[in-house]
Write a protein that binds this ligand. Structure first.
Ligand code: ATP
Length: 339
């Protein structure tokens, strides 16, 4: 039971936007759809919504082609936002819900309930242009969920929100998931993904690099972290004695050491003790999602490939991508053309 993207292909003239993209989103999950600028995330969402037609591959929901799904099935928060500046927030929300077939009285009730939930009931009568950017963003989120869609596609929903509103929005998304909704979250904020997503796909240049449960994707590079605290000397000069270990981030409290797959974490501890370091903390951990992303894609998430900052060959990017399939999910049948 899932949303499956299978072998999706899309070209814009000479640009190959999608080149066999695939992943599965388990139902009632929050899924992190991660990729650098230009990786093909928005294109994938637009195909799902029926705004664009794929050149190959398919998208299915519970095994059925997405093109048979009603428009109300989807909730979409686009990256480029747009509210009517002169319209009040309440009228706006009722209008958007009405486009999806929600009767006016139901929409008014729903809008008031969401505004209260977001602690801004007084916004109902305000014009959109009178709201700050972050508050307009909240209204835009509400416009996407007012009609109670089954699957929500959200492009950078946290952009422009302050920390309090980020928490409010996170809670709202998790509550929607608990009510059985499936949420695809496209964002460059890796910490948010780690906090919210059960599974993820990392995509680059229209291809899936790795996908599966978050915990497995985080182990997909084989690298691990040693978190070490020592009393006194924090230079960790002795680390030079451990081949395959690299000080990623020195810290007074705790230093982060990245180790290659073949390095035993205990060898780091042994080297520290042999050098006379007074070790007060030793822990083995997975790398952060940010590290995993950079390792697979070759540059941070908010840099477009080919730009100066990201020049170089991406490492570990097998052309077919790595599938870490969630247990119990069969892969979708091979690519029947959508277009
Ligand atoms: P971002 O994180 O920057 O939003 P993205 O992953 O959403 O990026 P897309 O917007 O899907 O990336 O773009 C994928 C590729 O397709 C890019 O190279 C982009 O320039 C190209 N592209 C997207 N839409 C069009 C279009 N309408 N015409 C031509 N090229 C397009």
């Amino acid at each position: 039971m899932s949303l499956a993207v299978d072998g999706l292909v899309k070209r814009f003239g000479a640009i190959q936007a999608l080149n066999g993209l695939h992943f599965e989103v388990p139902e009632a999950h929050v899924f992190g759809f991660l990729g650098s600028n230009g990786a093909g995330k928005t294109t994938t969402m637009r195909i799902a919504l029926g705004v664009l037609r794929a050149d190959g591959g398919r998208i299915t929901w519970r095994g059925r082609d997405h093109r048979g799904l009603p428009r109300q099935f989807w909730g979409y928060l686009p990256e480029e936002r747009g509210l009517y500046p002169k319209m009040t927030v309440l009228e706006q929300l009722v209008f958007f819900a009405g486009l999806q077939g929600v009767p006016r009285d139901v929409a008014i009730r729903e809008a008031r309930s969401w505004l209260a939930r977001f602690r801004v009931p007084e916004f109902a009568g305000r014009k959109a242009e009178e709201l700050s950017k972050g508050n307009q963003q909240k209204v835009q989120f509400l416009a996407a969920v007012m009609h109670d869609p089954q699957v929500m596609l959200m492009d950078e929903p946290f952009t422009g929100l302050d920390p309090v509103n980020i928490v409010l929005l996170r809670e709202a998304i998790l509550e929607l998931r608990d009510r059985g909704k499936t949420i695809v979250l496209s964002t460059h904020q890796m910490e948010t993904v780690e906090a919210m997503c059960e599974s993820v796909a990392i995509v680059d240049r229209g291809q899936t690099i790795v996908t599966g449960p978050l915990s497995e994707v985080k182990r997909s590079t084989g690298r691990r972290m040693v978190l070490l605290a020592t009393r006194g000397d924090h230079s960790l000069a002795w680390l030079a004695q451990v081949p395959g270990a690299r000080l990623l981030r020195p810290g007074m409290e705790r230093s982060e050491i990245e180790i290659e797959p073949e390095v035993e974490p205990e060898s780091v501890l042994a080297a520290a003790l042999a050098a006379g370091a007074r070790v007060t903390h030793f822990e083995v951990a997975d790398p952060s999602l940010e590290q995993v992303f950079i390792e697979h894609v070759g540059h941070p998430a908010d840099i477009e490939p080919g730009t100066e900052a990201s020049a170089g060959t991406p490492s570990g990017t097998p052309s077919g991508g790595r599938q870490i399939a969630p247990a119990g999910i069969a892969s979708a049948p091979d690519g029947e053309a959508v277009a």
